[in-house]
Design a binder for this molecule. Structure first.
Ligand SMILES: Nc1ncnc2c1ncn2[C@@H]1O[C@H](COP(=O)(O)OP(=O)(O)OP(=O)(O)O)[C@@H](O)[C@H]1O
Ligand SMILES: [Mg+2]
Length: 144
């Protein structure tokens, strides 16, 4: 069994923000993944989607399902991340006042993805965009 699906994300569109992650979560529920796997995937997906909405012009996410593995690849066109190590630190944020008024900008999104995913790989090119490769292992024997 192997399955992929792609979704588009529009930068700056706070009205629709979170919809893709909600849809992914519903799909995973329908397939019947364990609740903990759904929860961890949904958190990682939501944080990555919000970052795309907040910082990028546009982006996409490809959901890939294989036996034992959920794979999410977020790729955006945007400013990129100049210092990924810094961006990964809890509390680091370049969110604007407007974003903070909406409740974002705690600088916890990327650390939260790291915590909930079994694997996170970030690549970014300044002035071009950012890619997050997120892996969640779905077998309960995986030990989480
Ligand atoms: N897709 C992206 N493109 C450009 N910069 C990004 C992207 N994702 C994250 N960043 C940068 O990394 C910083 C840290 O991201 P992180 O998600 O951890 O926190 P935040 O989005 O600022 O706040 P929070 O997620 O808690 O609302 C961001 O403030 C931003 O500078
Ligand atoms: Mg964030």
């Amino acid at each position: 069994m192997s399955f992929t699906r792609e979704f588009e994300i529009v930068g700056g569109d706070f009205a629709s923000a979170g919809r893709v992650s909600t849809e992914i979560k519903a799909m995973l529920r329908g397939i019947g993944y364990p609740p903990d796997v759904i929860r961890r995937t949904a958190i990682a997906s939501y944080e990555a989607e919000m970052n795309t909405v907040m910082y990028a012009r546009r982006g996409s996410v490809r959901l890939g399902l294989e036996p034992g593995v959920i794979h999410l690849v977020f790729a955006d066109e945007g400013p990129g991340i100049p210092d990924i190590g810094l961006a990964m630190q809890e509390g680091f944020s370049t969110a604007t006042d407007e974003m903070r008024e909406r409740g974002f900008g705690a600088g916890m999104g990327l650390p939260n993805i790291q915590r909930n995913a079994d694997r996170l790989e970030i690549t970014s090119e300044v002035g071009r965009g950012t890619r997050l490769d997120i892996t969640v292992l779905t077998d309960e024997e995986a030990g989480r």
